[in-house]
Design a binder for this molecule. Structure first.
Ligand SMILES: [Zn+2]
Length: 289
C-alpha cells in the first residue's frame, strides 16, 4: 500500500504531489554554466551530483480533475541518473489509488514538455510485456505544446513503432487523445495553461487559482532554486533567449499574486521572494496550506 502523497489546498482546489522517483544528476553537467561562474558562490550545489524528485501533480478543482505530467520511474541500474540501491516509490496508478484519485475521472493531462520523465507514464502495458499498451488516463485529453509535438526529432521517434515516444504519445495520438496546444488557454475551474517556452519550445506551465490563492506548476522552468536566483543559468539544451523571458514573466506574475510554486524536480512547495539583486526561491510555509 502506497503512502498518502502530500496535498496542498488552493482555495477550493486540492493539489496532490506525487513523486514518480528520485533521479541523481549534476548541475555542472546539465546546466550550461562555466565553472568560473558557479565556483565562487555555488560550488555547494554544482560540484557534486544531487538527488532530484520527478514529480507529477493532480489538481482537483470544482468540476475538474487534471494531471500535470505523468511520469514513470524508468531508470536502469547503472544509468547516469540512477541512485545506487534506490527503491523507487510505487507506480503512478498505485499512488493515485492510494490518494483516492480515479484515472477514469481525469479530464486533462497537461504534459508540460516532451522530455521523457514528464510523459512516459501516460500509457501502461496491461498485464505482461506483450499485452496491448493502453492510455493510463483513458478519458483524458492530453495537452502538449505544439512545438514539442511537431519537433523534427519527435516526429522521427513517433514514426519508429518501438520507440518510447511511439509507445506513449503515439498511442495517445492514434487513440485521438492527444491535443497539441499553443499559447495560454483557460481549462475552466480556475486552471489555465501558461506558455513558458525555453526548456523546450512548447514548454507549458499550469496556473491554478481559487478564492484568491494561486499556485503554478512550473514543470522544468526551474530544475533547482539556483536557477531562480540566476535566471540566465539554464540547461545545455534550453533556448538562451526564450528561457530568461519565460522565467521573468512567471516571476513577475507569481510575485504580484503571492503565488506558490511547484516544480517537477524541486522537492517541497516554494514561493518567490525579492532580494537586493533579483528573486530567490524560498520554502512556502507549512501551515495554512
Ligand atoms: Zn524533467
Amino acid at each position: 500500500m502506497a503512502e498518502q502523497p502530500r496535498r496542498i489546498q488552493v482555495g477550493e482546489a486540492t493539489v496532490t504531489i506525487i513523486n514518480a522517483g528520485d533521479l541523481r544528476f549534476s548541475l555542472r553537467d546539465e546546466l550550461a554554466v562555466p565553472e568560473e561562474e558557479w565556483r565562487p558562490a555555488h560550488a555547494d550545489v554544482f560540484a557534486t551530483p544531487l538527488v532530484f524528485p520527478s514529480q507529477c501533480f493532480h489538481i482537483a478543482a470544482p468540476g475538474l480533475s487534471l494531471m500535470v505530467d505523468a511520469g514513470r520511474y524508468d531508470v536502469p541500474e547503472g544509468s547516469g541518473f540512477a541512485i545506487p540501491g534506490y527503491v523507487p516509490p510505487p507506480a503512478l496508478p498505485e499512488q493515485l489509488a492510494a490518494a483516492g484519485i480515479r484515472p477514469e475521472d481525469v479530464r486533462y493531462v497537461v504534459i508540460t514538455h516532451a522530455h521523457w520523465d514528464h510523459f512516459n507514464g501516460v500509457t501502461q502495458a496491461m498485464n505482461g510485456s506483450d499485452a496491448p499498451i493502453m492510455p493510463t488516463f483513458p478519458n483524458a485529453r492530453h495537452l502538449l505544446g505544439r512545438a514539442d509535438w511537431e519537433d523534427a526529432k519527435m516526429r522521427a521517434e513517433v514514426a519508429r513503432p518501438d520507440s518510447m515516444q511511439s509507445r506513449t504519445l503515439g498511442v495517445l495520438h492514434r487513440a485521438g487523445l492527444l491535443e497539441p496546444v499553443e499559447g495560454d488557454r483557460d481549462l475552466g475551474g480556475g486552471v489555465r495553461l501558461v506558455a513558458t517556452p525555453g526548456e523546450s519550445p512548447g514548454h507549458t506551465a499550469v496556473r491554478v487559482e481559487s478564492r484568491g490563492q494561486v499556485v503554478y506548476c512550473v514543470g522544468d522552468l526551474y530544475h533547482h532554486p539556483v536557477e531562480v536566483e540566476r535566471p540566465e543559468w539554464m540547461a545545455t539544451w534550453a533556448d538562451r533567449a526564450a528561457t530568461p523571458t519565460s522565467r521573468a514573466r512567471l516571476a513577475t506574475a507569481a510575485l504580484a499574486e503571492d503565488a506558490r510554486l511547484l516544480a517537477a524536480h524541486i522537492a517541497g512547495v516554494g514561493r518567490l521572494a525579492r532580494t537586493g539583486e533579483g528573486v530567490r526561491w524560498v520554502e512556502a510555509e507549512q501551515h495554512g496550506e
